[in-house]
Design a binder for this molecule. Structure first.
Ligand code: SF4
Length: 585
């Protein structure tokens, strides 16, 4: 890497002491590129074994990569921490302006340590760092309002990122998210609660550093090639036109859309929650993360009359993606488009992870149907598939936690089902609530073995559709497919490239772009680096108690037919065993 590249600057901030300093860490960036690769090393250095995820010893790491700010779609930031939701590796990715802002502020990574005794927010404007009093913001449950106030008080409009939490993070709900630029999130695994535990309401970052490149002509040539592909490929056009919501109808047609707590995999109301319906009736604007020409972010404009007023309306802007539409739509049987948007909006404002929340509410509905819980536990709510207003009320109760039942729901579906029963239909994998794919065994094994229990770890749902629907494969082959994909994705999340561009950023393009950024790495060597990063993540997971010798697969996934028919449990167990052997050999 270039000797003067700001990428090697790691900004350390100690919230307990209100101190900060910068260290040059070429050692980490040269070996692990950036993003996830560097973040896991910093997490290992800073997080003592067995730390309380909500204690001051749990650090928050943010990291970007060598392509950030230089190439299109290198638009994501990796956050790493110990997860209060699973108790092991916490990793979450987010776009918005976060990545470009961090790099242009002059840093490749940032480590936030300790905890403040009073609420504060951090303002990082290049090398000027401020610990701002956030007493007036603390207690503000709506993350939109927090963003609006900070926008009025900080400079660098148009350049800055504002990462902040709503009420859920303050209440330490372990699946609380961090919101950036109003519509993007570090959604999964509870970064919001870690912010809350440090009394950290927000982090604002801006800067104007320039970035070095090796050969201007060569750089321009590769840049243009990537840009052209990004704006002309049919896949990217799909993301631009309808966003990820485009996936609802095809997945439903195939029979892989989890519906009513996965009692079914086809939803009769799919059209009403589809990208097509939302675009035609509600699309208010499209947005893009910084330095992305695709713009897959879709925002609905929901116009509602004020109660008791004639001709007075309020318009809420609500972002929607495939995952919230599945988790809060088909999973809860909601086909009322506006009702679904209202529920998404409610969850967004408080700052909960919408996927976890939807899966938890789906479990609660089935548990009440089966008589496992009664209206005594639910505080008179009668959950009923499709009744969005009862779910809006329940979200308020999860936030306020008026009784033991809602306190349990606020800890996730794994914990609640351990307390009340109904584990067979509690849809969590490795402690994290499931993503929206019932495509076959690879989707579910992928969630279980993925280092962060995310569908994006290894894209198991895609392996189901591309391979398993066409041919029978051995457990060894499926294990290899999943691991190879996850190891390759470590490179993309170290660079840090949006996974939607994974078809563009081939090993060859990664190697050439890295060369422009000052890194000489042959394409053949990239997978080896990816494997190393993946092993490091697993080492951390195991140190914190995760094991593939002892796992739970919810019975429900074996009961409801998927794209490849009923899933065979013996086959799944064999795949997990193969993965386990390979990771620990
Ligand atoms: S494709 Fe979408 S998520 Fe990815 S960088 Fe672009 S706007 Fe962000």
């Amino acid at each position: 890497m270039f000797k003067d590249d700001v990428l090697a600057n790691v900004l350390y901030i100690d919230l307990s002491q209100k101190k900060y300093w910068v260290e040059r860490r070429e050692d980490l960036f040269e070996k692990y590129l950036g993003g996830a690769g560097v973040a896991i090393q910093l997490l290992k250095e800073e997080c003592p074994a067995g730390s309380d995820p909500l204690g001051p010893e749990n650090p928050i790491i943010f990291a970007v990569g060598p392509l950030t700010g230089l190439f299109p779609l290198a638009s994501k930031t990796v956050a790493m921490f110990k997860s209060p939701h699973t108790g092991n590796l916490g990793e979450s990715h987010c776009g918005g302006r976060s990545a470009v802002a961090l790099r242009l502020a002059g840093y490749g990574a940032m480590v936030i340590k300790g905890a403040s005794s009073t609420p504060l927010y951090l303002a990082i404007h290049g090398d000027r760092i401020f610990f701002r009093d956030a007493s007036a913001l603390w207690g503000m449950t709506n993350s939109f309002t927090v963003g609006r106030i900070i926008r009025q008080n900080e400079p660098a409009s148009g350049l800055r990122t504002i990462m902040r939490i709503g009420g859920a993070g303050e209440k330490l709900i372990p699946y609380a998210c961090v919101t950036t630029e109003t519509y993007r999130h570090f959604g999964r695994l509870g970064l919001g609660a870690v912010f809350g535990s440090k009394k950290l309401k927000a982090v604002v970052i801006s800067g104007k550093h320039s970035l070095p490149t090796r050969d201007k002509n060569q750089y321009r040539k590769i840049y243009d090639q990537i840009y052209k592909e990004a704006v002309s490929s049919p896949v990217m056009k799909k993301y631009h036109d309808l966003g990820t919501a485009e996936n609802i109808l095809p997945l439903n047609e195939l029979g892989g859309l989890p519906t009513r707590n996965l009692k079914e995999a086809k939803f009769e109301g799919a059209l009403n929650i589809s990208g097509e319906k939302l675009a035609e009736g509600y699309l208010g604007r499209r947005l893009a993360c910084s330095h992305c020409p695709v713009g897959c972010i879709h925002i609905a404009a929901l116009r509602e009359p004020y109660e008791d007023e004639s001709y007075f309306y309020k318009t809420s802007m609500i972002s929607y993606d495939y995952e919230p539409l599945y988790a809060l739509g088909s999973m809860l049987g909601i086909s009322d488009t506006e009702g679904l948007l209202k529920l998404i909006d409610q969850i967004e404002r408080i700052g909960l992870d919408s996927m976890s929340t939807g899966v938890i509410l789906a479990w609660a509905t089935e548990a009440q149907e089966r008589g496992i819980i009664s209206e005594k536990e639910t505080q008179d709510i009668k959950f009923s598939w499709g009744d969005y207003s009862s779910y809006i009320k329940a979200v308020q109760f999860i936030f306020k936690q008026p009784n033991q039942f809602y306190k349990a729901l606020a800890r996730g579906v794994e914990y609640t089902s351990q307390q009340y029963g109904g584990e067979d239909f509690a849809l969590a994998f490795g402690g994290n609530e499931m993503a929206g794919y019932h495509t076959g065994p690879a989707a579910h094994i992928g969630l279980l073995i993925g280092a962060r229990h995310s569908h994006l770890d290894n894209g198991g749902y895609s392996i189901d559709q591309k391979i398993l629907t066409k041919e029978k494969v051995s457990p060894e082959k499926l294990a290899k497919e999943l691991l190879t994909e996850e190891r390759w994705r470590q490179i993309l999340s170290s660079l840090v490239v949006c996974f939607f561009a994974r078809g563009i950023y081939t090993p060859e393009i990664c190697s050439v772009t890295l060369s422009s950024a000052g890194f000489d790495i042959a394409k053949e060597d990239l997978l080896g680096i990816g494997e190393k990063i993946h092993r490091e993540k697993y080492r951390f997971k195991i140190q914190e108690g995760f094991s593939l010798d002892n796992y739970r697969l919810p019975e429900r996934i074996f009961e409801t037919p998927s794209l490849v028919g009923k899933i065979n449990k013996v086959f799944m167990d064999k795949v997990v065993k193969c993965v386990n052997n390979e990771i620990f050999k």
